[in-house]
Design a protein around this ligand. Structure first.
Ligand code: NAP
Length: 389
């Protein structure tokens, strides 16, 4: 059988690096054809030497020039080196690519994902913000083009696997698990929490943005929205369950009362590999989950009062239209402001809530209206931050 030809947008990030480990392990099944990054050309150069892609893209033009120079010095030949958003789209739509792994972070993933779908590529999606900001549009286009969107996010990948046990009309609800983040048991005020503290996730090792989202529980809010689009369920049929051990990656309850769960080690390698080998399963080099070493599996309700961002996610998708776009964009701005130490941890939800309150929702938005709402929310959130600080 011929190899599945892969492009990875965001190959130097946590998900991107893990995806390349899968490609290395399954070298007889997967071929890396395209790689795209923002500016980390040193790691990209190592990846080029190891995987010999045909096309690469570096968002920053200055970094692309540096890379071109380094490739010449190393006498490495690549058919195409691009930059900017055009570069991301070129990689995502290259004719020799079957599957695009979207592992960029934030809104930047939207246009290349839409273009990849338009070009008929299978999508393996980690970049959840794409579905949060434009889920209706992305899923509609995927349906029209008969392109599968395979979830890499561990919870959605778990639900995808659990759903194989029944038909859509047999599903009662989705049980979306989450660790609760580093501040689940934080007794003091959230005001003095530093970026360093918030970047220490108890169970997962991830990029900075998603780690902060996990600390505020905004990540779960974004995932609720992602779920509604991926699995075509209303938010009322999604229950968030805090499960601090992160062993159960999510569950599905069926109409007869059966709950099917997916368990595994806390390593993104597993959902990435499943998304790339689906519908087949292949052995992984991961350590096995040893149930005898897990003294307990516990479950709690999320604390909406201390973590209001989860509720913002539910509110945004219940109202719909451009409100989830605004939630996403204002969150991206607020997270960056917190990492830059411009706002406090407890200020983060306030920025998002105020931006959402100022927005006039447009229902069934076009791509242009989504992009305008995204820009509006970024500008508005920055003004609110300036007023707060
Ligand atoms: N990490 C996880 O365990 C995990 C789990 C589930 C879902 N996700 C989702 O997967 C996505 C990626 O997360 P991550 O943790 O892997 O993030 P990350 O470690 O921060 O990596 C982001 C990747 O995207 C690239 N990138 C960033 N901005 C870009 C831009 N403007 N243009 C082109 N490339 C850009 C980065 O390139 P440079 O290295 O050059 O900056 C890097 O390769 C996020 O949406 C996250 O929510 C992650």
């Amino acid at each position: 059988m011929s190899k599945k030809r892969i492009a990875i947008l965001g190959s130097t990030g946590t998900i991107g690096i893990n995806t390349l480990k899968v490609c290395q392990h399954l070298a007889n099944d997967l071929e890396v054809v395209g790689l795209a990054v923002h500016g980390n050309i040193d790691l990209l150069l190592d990846q080029i030497k190891q995987f010999h892609p045909k096309i690469v893209s570096v968002m920053r033009e200055d970094r692309k020039q540096e890379l071109t120079h380094k490739l010449q010095e190393s006498k490495l030949n690549i058919m195409g080196i691009y930059s900017g958003i055009e570069g991301l789209v070129k990689v995502a739509t290259h004719p020799e690519i079957d599957t695009v792994v979207v592992a960029t972070v934030g809104a930047i993933g939207l246009l290349p994902t839409l273009e990849a779908i338009r070009a008929g590529k299978q999508i393996a999606l980690a970049n959840k913000e794409v579905l949060v900001m434009a889920g209706e549009l992305v899923m509609k286009q995927a349906k029209e083009k008969k392109v599968p969107i395979l979830p890499i996010d561990s919870e959605h990948n778990a639900i995808f696997q659990c759903l194989m046990s029944g038909t859509p009309k047999e599903v009662k609800k989705l049980l979306l698990t989450g660790s609760g983040g580093p501040f689940r048991n934080h007794k003091d005020s959230f005001e003095s929490i530093t970026p360093d503290q918030a970047l220490k996730h108890p169970t997962w090792n991830m990029g900075k943005k998603i780690t902060i989202d996990s600390a505020t529980l905004m990540n779960k809010g974004l995932e609720v929205i992602e779920c509604t689009h991926l699995f075509d369920v209303s938010p009322e049929h999604i229950e968030v369950v805090i499960h601090p051990q992160s062993i159960i990656h999510s569950m599905v309850e069926f109409i007869d009362g059966s709950i099917i769960a997916q368990l595994g080690v806390t390593d993104m390698y597993l959902p990435i590999q499943f998304a790339l080998t689906y519908p087949d399963r292949k052995p992984t080099p991961l350590p096995r989950l040893n149930l005898h070493n897990i003294p307990q599996l516990t479950f709690e309700h999320p604390d909406h009062k201390r973590f209001p961002c989860l509720g913002f996610g539910y509110k945004a998708i219940r109202i719909g239209g451009t409100l989830p776009t605004v939630l996403n964009a204002s969150n991206e701005i607020a997270v960056q402001a917190f990492l830059d130490e411009t706002i406090s941890f407890s200020c983060l939800p306030k920025i998002i809530e105020k931006t959402m309150q100022c927005h006039q929702t447009i229902f069934h938005p076009t791509l242009n209206e989504i992009l305008q709402a995204d820009q509006w929310a970024r500008d508005t959130a920055k003004v609110i931050i300036a007023d707060e600080s």
